[in-house]
Design a protein around this ligand. Structure first.
Ligand code: SF4
Length: 221
């Protein structure tokens, strides 16, 4: 697959997903979101569906938007606000601990360093990449979640076994102008069309370019 073909597919996908509901991070809105809100919404979203995370994030940010707000809030209150997300007790503690570290070591700000973010307990590559891309608007980062890992493999762009490998391989082939939007586009596409189980291949606008689709139609014939 050439970079030119990949660019063509990205343009088709951009159009195809533009009316789909936003993933949680985009849902906060560029004008109002801060790196801290991006970080917290990512932590809340781990192993939780976006449709659950989105209202919980909104509820939390209505009363606490900064590390200082979170630090002042009793942990029982925080647990009560976020109790719909999975692992809410652990997540409450993580958010509290991270807020404390940000206040004590980073002047209450979320560092714009991938490595420093990764050093925070509970922050993995996906979260750090999302904060760098959608919180700090830095280029050079791609957040790979389950959709971003599955779909390029189905398409035949890459042949990888896990998100870490995918991040490396995708950076080799995806034109840089699409890095910023890659996660947003592929999450929407994966939630609505290229679903993990029962992808809607017949209605897919890029089925002409898809290895998985070609293999499945060949096996029917
Ligand atoms: S054809 Fe099917 S498997 Fe391929 S990208 Fe589209 S929905 Fe996904």
């Amino acid at each position: 697959m050439t970079q030119k073909n990949i660019a063509k597919i990205m343009e088709i996908l951009k159009q195809a997903v533009k009316d789909f509901e936003n993933p949680i991070v985009a849902d906060i809105g560029e004008e109002t979101r801060s790196p801290f809100m991006v970080l917290v919404s990512c932590l809340l979203s781990l192993r939780t569906m976006d449709k659950v995370t989105a209202p919980v994030s909104r509820k939390l940010f209505a009363v606490a938007k900064t590390p200082e707000d979170i630090s002042r809030m009793p942990i029982k209150n925080l647990q009560e606000i976020i109790r719909q997300v999975n692992y809410y007790i652990t997540k409450s503690k993580r958010i509290k601990d991270i807020s404390k570290i940000l206040i004590e070591k980073h002047d209450g700000l979320v560092p714009d360093s991938f490595d420093v973010l990764m050093s925070l307990k509970g922050v993995g590559r996906k979260t750090a990449n999302i904060v760098m891309t959608y919180g700090h608007f830095k280029s050079g980062y791609i957040a790979i979640d389950t959709h971003c890992n599955r779909i390029p493999n189905r398409l035949g762009w890459i042949n990888t076994k896990n998100p870490n490998e995918t991040e490396i391989e995708i950076k080799k082939i995806l034109p840089k102008k699409y890095w910023q939007d890659f996660n947003d586009i592929f999450v929407k596409f994966g939630q609505n069309i290229c679903k993990p189980i029962g992808p809607k291949c017949g209605a897919c606008p890029i089925n002409n370019y898809c290895r998985y689709y070609k293999a499945s139609t060949n096996s029917i014939i």
